[in-house]
Design a protein around this ligand. Structure first.
Ligand code: TXA
Ligand code: MG
Length: 404
């Protein structure tokens, strides 16, 4: 049951509408009240957790150092890992990051904004001179990450708060990102239950549609290139297609870790996700690919490679019509479906909930079944899904492929 200091407020996203000039109207009275009160908290430099279409965010005013510091401490986040700011409109973007002749915004951004905003894409901008943002948002970097979320509750909240909102994913640092309000509640209760003075309002706006974080893109650090620093809700192939359609086919799209790697960058926090273990439940995670001709000694191999014992409770995050599930039947005690093998968007929407669900059931090891078709996990949102699985398991070495 929710405690006094963690307050979940139900919001009905379908009751929120935006007119063509962006003005927001909210039909449901409780939703309206919850968002108004949450916006007032943000204006008073307090924290609010809110839904976005990617994952839930833990937000505070990007203009206040005290507010932004409270985000880092609520999550236990290292202070050198910068935050994304969330805006509700292009006019808000221009108000806080005005166009600057000495640092022109790349042409590619216009095409990307038209195609993907509001939505799961984050763009890096040069930090403006005389920046209005709290210095803690950017953690000493010369750029600031900006996103316009599509979720109606997020858009209404930011509009009513009338300021850019800094928001990382609302998990405790290192844990799988939250895709519903209860995930936020569980993480924050575990971290803050002994502090009766700590308070958080969580707006509940249903399960996140995308289920993985936004794609983080840097189009300002290297001329003629758009660099994907973190794979996410928008695939790198969709970015390339969008640029081509806008007559910008000469702009190179390069994905960090795949098309380029940089020792220096790797040592710096500006490389999202490289420096800290991410997305991990409390038990080990192993990515497994099993085909139809898999041998029944599979579980022995997994157990020995993981120095685990078959008497342990294994959680299986499996595909529908799974080869692995059939093989694991005798020893698997808990399973959760990632959906059908050819639907990477469904894998994305279910992954974090699946990791959390199995963890909660007390498993000692989670096996995640990867589709046989390489194309599914190498392209589009699929590449982001399997990158997250790799990080949850502590790196690619935890990926096994079984053939007889
Ligand atoms: O979908 C999302 O992006 C969610 C929702 C809440 O909007 N937010 C999110 O924030 O995933 P967070 O803090 O969990 O991840 C933001 C990533 C981090 O890996 C951080 O290093 C990177 O963005 N980042 C932020 N500012 C950056 C900058 N100036 N340069 C490079 N990377 C940056
Ligand atoms: Mg995060």
């Amino acid at each position: 049951m929710p405690t006094n200091h963690l307050n979940i407020r139900r919001c009905l996203p379908e009751s929120i509408h935006f007119s063509s000039d962006g003005t927001c109207s909210i039909q449901d009275a409780d939703t309206n009240q919850a968002i108004e009160e949450a916006a007032a908290l943000l204006r008073a430099d307090k924290l609010v957790a809110f839904p976005t279409e990617t994952v839930y965010g833990l937000g505070a005013s990007a203009l206040s150092s005290a507010a932004v510091q409270s985000i880092y401490s609520a999550k236990g986040r290292p202070s050198d890992n910068p935050l994304i700011i969330h805006i509700h409109s292009l006019s808000m973007l221009e108000r806080y990051i005005p166009p600057n002749l000495s640092q022109p915004v790349p042409a590619a951004y216009q095409a990307l904004i038209e195609a993907f905003w509001p939505g799961p894409l984050t763009l890096l901008y040069p930090l403006p001179n005389f920046s209005p943002f709290a210095s803690e948002v950017v953690a000493s970097l010369p750029t600031i990450a900006v996103r316009m979320p599509a979720h109606p509750v997020a858009r209404a909240l930011i509009q009513k708060a009338d300021r850019p909102i800094a928001a990382p994913s609302a998990n405790v640092s290192g844990r799988p990102s939250p895709t519903d309000a209860l995930h936020v509640y569980t993480d924050m209760l575990a971290k803050h239950q002994n502090d009766p003075d700590w308070h958080l309002t969580i707006l509940d706006g249903d399960q996140a549609d995308v289920g993985l974080e936004s794609t983080v893109v840097d189009g300002v650090s290297c001329e003629g290139e758009v660099r994907v620093l973190r794979l996410g809700g928008v695939g790198s192939d969709a970015i390339q297609d969008c640029l081509r359609a806008a007559g910008l086919g000469q702009v190179k799209v390069r994905v960090y870790g795949k098309d380029w790697q940089d020792q220096q960058l790797q040592a710096k926090p500006s490389t999202p996700g490289m420096k800290y273990r991410h997305y991990a439940p409390s038990c080990p995670v192993l990515c497994v690919q099993a085909d139809s001709s898999c041998s029944t000694s599979l579980m022995d191999s997994i157990a020995s490679s993981f120095q685990s014992s078959l008497s342990k409770k294994i959680g299986l995050l499996h595909l529908e019509t799974s080869h692995l599930e059939a093989l694991c039947q005798p020893c698997t005690t808990v399973s959760y479906s990632l959906g059908s093998a050819d639907q990477p968007a469904v894998h994305a929407a279910r992954l974090f909930d699946g990791l959390r669900n199995l963890e909660q059931q007390g498993v000692d090891l989670i096996l995640v079944e990867r589709p046989e078709d390489d194309f599914i996990w190498e392209s589009g949102i699929g590449s982001a899904v399997w990158e997250r699985v790799g990080k949850a398991g502590g790196g690619l070495k935890s990926s096994l492929r079984f053939r007889p």
